[in-house]
Design a protein around this ligand. Structure first.
Ligand SMILES: NC(=O)C1=CN([C@@H]2O[C@H](COP(=O)(O)OP(=O)(O)OC[C@H]3O[C@@H](n4cnc5c(N)ncnc54)[C@H](O)[C@@H]3O)[C@@H](O)[C@H]2O)C=CC1
Ligand SMILES: O=C(O)CCC(=O)C(=O)O
Length: 410
């Protein structure tokens, strides 16, 4: 099942539990606007290269649409649609005043030079600048993009609309970015995992973690989990996978990864087959890359908890198998909502023209993550469902209420 079919299936299950009016259900599912643009740039060698860019604006009932921009060779319209829809439910679960959107360009960022990436980002921005904005749609980083990408979008957008730092979040701090945004998704994963484990009388300390993906989200999650006393025993990225049953030295791994553009060759553990990473014996599995948990490997997953730092890492077929095995899954729209939550703080700071210190950012983030977790738990009690359906019913219900309050008519 592709990402859009899976996300829509979860939405429909939530709509059923909420006994949503069928016309409202249909209207909530259909995206507000789908944008597809051709981005042609001169490459460094003088030849031309063409890429397709997407921005799907899913829903704006609760506020400006919000979501990252992904640069990856597998970006396709269905995937961007699914991710945009997930953003709508995620911002509602986090209870921040936004709707949902997502963008992407089908490209391999590792094979483009910095100046090619800059040209591509500027052309993409030129094509969509009229359709994004501080109070309409606010992009941010996702896989394959970072604060530099946001700086180029800010600069290009500002040529058309005047200096507008709040048009993107996840910017460099020197351009109005928020302290703590870089670490925010990983830190949110830490707070959500603490809350989840506490329900089972456990804490981070002493638990064995396996983390798939060592980019922004995976590396910050690894660092913070390890600082909190968790033992990160295996990590993978696109270059390979590494294991040390006594716990990897995450700071050394991070240094190696920066210097070598990947974790391959790290001498503080044994290289393992990346395909076996998800089925390693551990307490908590943290997918923080692309998809991963599927029908083929779900039977062999040994973790007791899965914390979805990535978006949509678990296929619905795997969900069912894992539920039968009593594996507890903390769903993406709750687990990784720390990133967009601090993006919200950044937007607020830009609009107020007042910068928060990092302690304030992190302590507010903790409040939002704990509130989100507790609100999801309440929905689980009300609807006798698992955490994924608890999160979906919470998000969908908030968006449905806002839609009706604004005067929705069939
Ligand atoms: N950056 C953010 O603030 C947020 C990101 N996410 C999600 O978290 C996930 C990771 O995003 P970022 O860390 O920002 O991306 P990133 O581009 O910084 O890092 C991605 C990491 O995944 C690794 N990777 C790629 N393919 C892999 C594979 N097949 N097996 C193992 N590792 C692989 C890469 O080598 C890299 O280490 C994505 O699903 C993204 O949508 C969710 C919420 C916010
Ligand atoms: O920070 C943001 O606005 C969005 C981050 C994102 O793309 C996500 O949560 O999946």
């Amino acid at each position: 099942m592709n990402a859009l079919a899976a996300t829509s299936r979860n939405f429909k299950q939530a709509a059923k539990l909420l006994r949503l009016d069928s016309k409202l259900e249909k209207s909530l599912l259909i995206p507000f606007r789908e944008i597809k643009v051709e981005c042609t740039i001169p490459k460094d060698d003088g030849t031309l290269a063409s890429f397709v860019g997407f921005r799907v604006q899913h829903d704006n009932a609760r506020g400006p649409m919000k979501g990252g921009i992904r640069y990856h060779h597998e970006v396709d319209p269905d995937e961007v649609n699914a991710l945009a829809q997930l953003m709508t439910w995620k911002t509602a679960v986090a209870n921040i005043p936004y709707g949902g959107a997502k963008g992407g360009i089908g490209c391999s960022p590792g094979q483009l030079s910095i100046s090619e990436l800059e040209r591509l980002t500027r052309v993409f921005t030129q094509k969509i600048h009229d359709l994004i904005g501080i109070h309409t749609d606010v992009p941010a980083p996702d896989m394959g993009t970072n604060s530099q990408t946001m700086a180029w979008i800010l600069d290009e957008y500002s040529k058309f609309h005047g200096y507008s730092p709040a048009v993107v979040t996840g910017k460099p701090v020197d351009l109005g970015g928020s302290l703590g945004r870089d670490a925010a998704t990983g830190r949110g994963v830490l707070f959500a995992t603490e809350a989840l484990l506490a329900e089972y009388g456990k804490s981070i300390s002493g638990q064995r973690f396996v983390i798939q993906g060592f980019g922004n989200v995976g590396s910050w999650a690894a660092q913070l989990i390890s600082e909190a006393g968790g033992k990160v025993i295996a990590v993978s990225d696109v270059t390979g996978a590494i294991k040390n049953s006594n716990g990897l030295d995450i700071l050394k791994l991070l240094k190696h990864s920066v210097e070598n553009r990947g974790i391959k060759g790290f001498n503080g553990g044994d290289a393992i087959d990346p395909k076996s990473l998800l089925t390693e014996d551990c307490d908590v599995l943290v997918p923080a890359a692309l998809g991963g948990c599927n029908q083929q490997n779900a039977h062999d997953i040994k973790a007791k908890f899965i914390v979805e730092a990535a978006n949509h890492p678990t296929d619905p077929e795997a969900d069912e198998i894992l539920a039968k095995k009593e594996v507890v899954i903390l769903p993406d729209i709750l687990a990784n909502s720390g990133g967009v939550t601090v993006s919200y703080f950044e937007w607020v700071q830009n609009i107020q023209g007042f910068m928060w210190d990092e302690n304030k950012v992190n302590s507010e983030l903790r409040n939002y993550m704990i509130n989100g977790f507790n609100d999801v738990k309440e929905m689980c009690k009300t609807h006798h469902c698992d955490l994924r359906m608890g999160a979906f019913t919470l998000g969908v219900n908030r968006v449905a209420r806002a839609t009706v309050l604004r005067g929705w008519e069939a």
